[in-house]
Design a binder for this molecule. Structure first.
Ligand code: IPE
Ligand code: IPE
Ligand code: MG
Length: 241
C-alpha cells in the first residue's frame, strides 16, 4: 500500500448524538444541533487542509428525520439556512465546493434557495468537495435510480443488459464521485441508518461513542489514523493488493 492509500480520499460522516448531548446537559434538543455546527466547522476545515482528503460527505438530514416533531424539523431547517449564510465567506476562503445530495422536492422554497446559493457560489472551489446529504436516504436514492433506468428502458433507449453497476452508479446523486473510503459515525450507534448503502459497499467503518457536538478535529485525525491501519482487500487476498 502506498502512502496516499493510507489517507482516505473520501470521508463520509453520520453526525449523530446532538439530541443526547443536549439532554445530558438539561438543554433542548435544538441546542444540541446548534452546538453541532462548531464540530461541523472544525471537521470541514480540517478536511480541507488535509491534502489527501478530496471529498467529505455529511449526513445532515435523512428522509426519515421528517418524522420528528415539527418544531425540531423547523429549527433544523432554520439552522441550516443560517449556517449557509454565516459560513459562505469561510467556505470560499478555504476553497470548499458544496454539493447538496437528496430530494429537493420535499424542501421548503427557502431551503432550496439557500442550497442553490451555496452551490452556485462555491461551484469553482477546488480544495475539497463537500456533499451535504439533506432529505437523503439511500433507499430513496436507489429507487429513484431504478425509476430513471426503467424510464429509459421503456423509451427504448436502454437494453436490460446495459443495466450494469456502472449504469446504476451513474443514476445516483453521487454520480462521478468516488465511493467513500471511510464512514465515521458518532454518537455510539453502530448502524448506517439508510446512508450510502450502494456507495459504502467497501467502505471502512469507524464508530465512536462521542456525541457529535463533542467531536473535535483531533477525533477526526484519530479516525484517519485508524483507517491507515486497516487492510482493505476488496474480496481478494492480501498478496494481490
Ligand atoms: C443527529 O443527531 C442530527 C440529526 C439527525 C439531524 P440526533 O438529533 O439524531 O441526536 P440523537 O441521536 O437523538 O442524540
Ligand atoms: C442518522 O441519524 C441521520 C443523520 C445523522 C442525519 P438518526 O438519529 O436519524 O438515525 P437513527 O434513528 O438513530 O437510526
Ligand atoms: Mg440520532
Amino acid at each position: 500500500m502506498s502512502k496516499t492509500d493510507k489517507i482516505p480520499a473520501h470521508v463520509a460522516i453520520i453526525m449523530d448524538g446532538n439530541g443526547r448531548w443536549a439532554q445530558a446537559r438539561g438543554l433542548e434538543r435544538h441546542e444540541g444541533h446548534q452546538a453541532g455546527v462548531s464540530s461541523l466547522r472544525n471537521v470541514i476545515y480540517r478536511a480541507a487542509r488535509n491534502e489527501g482528503v478530496h471529498y467529505l460527505t455529511l449526513y445532515v438530514f435523512s428522509t426519515e428525520n421528517w418524522g420528528r416533531p415539527r418544531e425540531e424539523v423547523d429549527m433544523l431547517m432554520e439552522l441550516l439556512c443560517r449556517s449557509i449564510v454565516n459560513e459562505l465567506d469561510e467556505l470560499l476562503r478555504e476553497q470548499v465546493k458544496v454539493v447538496v445530495v437528496g430530494d429537493r422536492e420535499g424542501m421548503s422554497p427557502t431551503v432550496v434557495e439557500h442550497i442553490d446559493l451555496i452551490e452556485r457560489e462555491t461551484a469553482d472551489c477546488t480544495n475539497l468537495t463537500m456533499q451535504l446529504c439533506i432529505n437523503y436516504s439511500a433507499r430513496s436514492e436507489l429507487t429513484r435510480a431504478a425509476r430513471r433506468l426503467a424510464a429509459k428502458a421503456a423509451a427504448g433507449e436502454l437494453s436490460p443488459e446495459a443495466i450494469t453497476p456502472e449504469a446504476i452508479a451513474d443514476e445516483l446523486y453521487t454520480r462521478g464521485v468516488p465511493d467513500p473510503d471511510l464512514i465515521i459515525r458518532t454518537g455510539g450507534e453502530q448502524r448506517l441508518s439508510n446512508f450510502l448503502l450502494w456507495q459504502g459497499a467497501y467502505s471502512e467503518l469507524w464508530f465512536t461513542p462521542t456525541y457529535w457536538p463533542d467531536f473535535s478535529g483531533d477525533d477526526f485525525d484519530a479516525a484517519l489514523a485508524a483507517f491507515a491501519g486497516r487492510h482493505r482487500r476488496f474480496g481478494k487476498v492480501e498478496e494481490q493488493e
